[in-house]
Design a protein around this ligand. Structure first.
Ligand SMILES: [Mg+2]
Length: 175
């Protein structure tokens, strides 16, 4: 029984904000005054498995930095939209291009610019430490804070429901 009250077998696409979702809300500032980001390695494993399983993943972020783009390119993301605070038009375009209906999409966000896109999809998700107004429109609130495995928790639940999450005793190591 999933901890997420939604028919996860319908999900075909998952969209993530970066700051406060994949990276914590509180991060160091470098000597030039720019915030640094952090990456959760367990999120990374789930991204790789999700892409392999055929789920469509996208990043839509207000931040626009080369390290963030490179991080997600290296993982295998092909749809990375950075520097966008108006997220809903982009989300709608991405869904159109991929033939996705709202019930087939999960969107994970933590702050005010995420509210409109969250209202547009079937499964809006917020980290545990998201803004209260964002949490009020979420259908699932992660058990962990932003940067602490929000994507891992969500993608693991989706792939378990879809039978595509790796099961240790069924893995054929060395073959
Ligand atoms: Mg954010």
């Amino acid at each position: 029984m999933s901890k997420i009250n939604y028919d996860l077998t319908r999900i075909r696409g998952v969209v993530f904000d970066v700051d406060g979702v994949l990276s914590p809300s509180v991060v160091p500032i470098d000597t030039d005054g720019n915030p640094r980001r952090m990456a959760n390695i367990k999120d990374g494993y789930a991204f790789v498995q999700a892409i392999r399983s055929g789920l469509k993943l996208a990043i839509i972020s207000g931040a626009d930095t080369d390290p963030v783009r490179r991080r997600f390119e290296l993982i295998g993301f092909t749809d990375i939209y950075l520097g966008h605070l108006e997220k809903l038009p982009l989300l709608e375009k991405w869904m159109d291009e991929n033939g996705l209906t709202p019930d087939q999409v999960a969107y994970c966000g933590d702050d005010i610019p995420d509210i409109l896109p969250m209202k547009h999809v079937g499964l809006p998700v917020a980290p545990r430490d998201a803004d209260p107004d964002v949490k009020s429109v979420a259908r699932f609130i992660s058990t962990v804070d932003g940067g602490c495995g929000v994507a891992r928790e969500l993608l693991e639940e989706i792939m378990k429901a879809q039978g595509s999450w790796p099961v240790y005793d069924k893995m054929a190591f060395g073959k």
